[in-house]
Design a protein around this ligand. Sequence first.
Ligand SMILES: Nc1ncnc2c1ncn2[C@@H]1O[C@H](COP(=O)(O)OP(=O)(O)O)[C@@H](O)[C@H]1O
Ligand SMILES: [Mg+2]
Length: 299
Amino acid sequence: MPDAVKDALEMVAAWAGRPVSHTTIKGGLSHHIARVETEDGDRWLLRVLDPRIAETGLGIPLDQEIANTVTAAATGVGAQVLHELPGALILEYLEGVTLDAPAVRDRIDDVAAACRRLHAGARFGNDFSIFRKHDEFVTLCRSAGLKLPPGYEDWSPTVQEIEDALAARPLPTVPCHNDLLPENFIASGRTVRIVDYQLSGNNDPSFELGDVAAEADFTPDQVDQLTYAYFGDGTHAPRVRLNLIMSNLTWTLWFVVHHGLTPQHRDFDYNAEAADKFAQAVRDLTDPGFGRLIDAVRR
Ligand SMILES: Nc1ncnc2c1ncn2[C@@H]1O[C@H](COP(=O)(O)OP(=O)(O)O)[C@@H](O)[C@H]1O
Ligand SMILES: [Mg+2]
């Protein structure tokens, strides 16, 4: 166990005023996450922030992540922040089920409602653009000598084309999570809560939806369903689809960077995940309908 986690657990016991036991939660690919319990049945979620995640651009600066976690808690969609420790957070433990991809596909309306609730809250103190993140990762991979998937940079002009098309009629930005993989949703009944504000920032809401769809392998019909549930009509479905592609393309590099620059996290096959995401992006970029998406958002 890293020293930072040991120290944090001691601070939790001091805060709680009684001994605590803990169970490491595996799902966390970046920070150190544990469920902490007292003998009399109180439980909390301890999130020990790994500074290397922000240093490598895999997450936003830790202070910003903490501030955004507090903002998201105020909407009711994030877990309540019970206490801030140096480099760690004690959060409300959300009783419920962590979603997986099929579960997200089964509860598209509930997921859309959770996004709307987050987006209707106070703005975050930082902005987020998937295009700037893409450029940042490409530059970082070059300077650190990390190998991009073969053919990755051939798509750079297309990325520019997507950015220009989306910028023709931009949507107002809202406080977005930007990393809505199924494991960041926790459901209790019809209510879906959202955890893990590692990449949060104000952004185009159609990226949020495209990212949900990419991470849960939505069919085009399911993308339409999510778009309707969120916006009330299907106008922005092409926008969501282009962002779905950008999610797969950019988060490909998230895994390349994670693999290359955080060697302590070796319990997960980051390179296989990168290859899988890139293949999904290429599938959509080479689809005969791709040009129609660009035309539709430009119009
Ligand atoms: N407040 C919480 N209450 C209950 N479970 C949580 C809470 N926060 C996170 N989890 C569980 O821990 C897992 C990993 O946490 P997360 O914050 O997403 O870490 P990471 O940044 O490493 O992905 C989640 O997928 C979820 O199952
Ligand atoms: Mg997570």
